[in-house]
Design a protein around this ligand. Structure first.
Ligand SMILES: NCc1[nH]cc(CCC(=O)O)c1CC(=O)O
Length: 317
């Protein structure tokens, strides 16, 4: 008898493709019968700016509730949407191999950021992207946008599907790849110019902490977990947690994990892009504990250099 497993997912196109990939991967790894359960989150229901929706976890809380009250057994999240605080009763069952974590410019007429004219209008809902765009090109105008990936792409002039009122938008390459929309990308940002969000491109597979570890599901989760990705996101999220910031803060972080080392590069920016702090640190890739220590130490380094004032960290929450 296969183990019956219900996977909870948001209903957006991106969430559904991500969950579909995870469902297929789990079913290929153990004797599982996988069913998908759609859950509506505040992040999907409310339409305000991401900054005014308030607090962390707008995309996550409803899925966690569904896990905790047994409507599903597994929840698939974009890791960067997951708050850094522990969720009581839940555990990170697997962190699969990460996609390319870089941000992508999707501009009209094939243009790169350097080629856009002065005054070009670029849409993003992310203070991190806005600040780094303005740091690289103080002469462009950044406007706040929301909506799913297709809605955002439709706002680029010449896309032929939406209002076309913007010269460009910035999106995670990973989401575009999962949706088969890499055709819209006109430039992939070097992380030294545009550091991605902590956890960007990675997925989090959450389960109840009480899940028996001898069940087929547990074996499949262990097989799906990718240790270098887990170490990278642990380091990135430890930095974010120490800065007491969420996914709406102007903070970027990217860890690179090799056989023997974890390197963490991070940026904290003034929201208007007029100042940025970039710092790096390295540690032996020994364990999750060393990754956590690395992230916290780099955060201390940034705080000592004035990160809290620069990014208005307390004020944004
Ligand atoms: N907050 C929305 C969100 N959450 C995860 C992704 C992209 C996929 C990923 O980073 O794994 C996106 C869209 C975007 O930033 O372009």
């Amino acid at each position: 008898m296969p183990q019956h497993v219900r996977i909870g997912t948001r209903a957006s196109a991106l969430a559904l493709t991500q969950t579909g990939h995870v469902a297929d991967a789990l079913a290929a790894l153990a004797d599982l019968e996988v069913e998908t359960v759609r859950v509506r989150t505040d992040g999907d229901r409310l339409t305000g700016s991401l900054q005014t929706l308030g607090g962390t976890g707008v995309f996550v809380t409803a899925l966690r509730d569904a896990l905790l009250d047994g409507r599903c057994d597994v929840a698939v999240h974009s890791l960067k949407d997951l708050p850094t605080g522990d969720a009581a009763g839940l555990t990170l069952g697997a962190v699969p191999l990460r996609e390319d974590p870089r941000d992508a410019l999707c501009a009209r007429d094939g243009l790169t950021l350097a080629e856009l004219p002065a005054g070009a209008v670029i849409g993003t809902g992310s203070p991190r992207r806005a600040a780094q765009l303005l740091a690289a090109r103080p002469d462009v105008v950044v406007v706040d946008i929301r909506g799913n990936v297709d809605t955002r792409l439709g706002r680029v002039a010449g896309s032929g599907t939406g209002p076309g009122d913007l010269d460009a938008v910035v999106l995670a390459r990973a989401g575009l790849a999962r949706l088969g929309r890499l055709d819209a990308v006109t430039e992939l940002f070097d992380p030294a110019v545009m550091a991605p969000a902590p956890g960007q491109g990675a997925l989090a597979i959450e389960v109840r902490a009480t899940e028996p570890d001898d069940a087929p599901l547990a074996a499949a989760l262990r097989a799906l977990d990718h240790t270098p990705t887990r170490l990278a996101v642990v380091a990135e999220r430890a930095l974010l947690a120490r800065l007491e910031a969420g996914c709406a803060a102007p903070i970027g972080a990217l860890a690179t994990v090799t056989d023997d080392a974890i390197r963490l590069d991070a940026v904290v920016a003034r929201p208007d892009g007029t100042a940025t702090l970039r710092r790096s640190a390295t540690t032996p890739a020994a364990s999750e504990a060393s990754a956590r220590t690395l992230g916290a130490a780099l955060a201390e380094d940034l705080l000592a250099a004035g990160a809290a004032d620069l990014a208005e960290l307390g004020a944004a929450r």
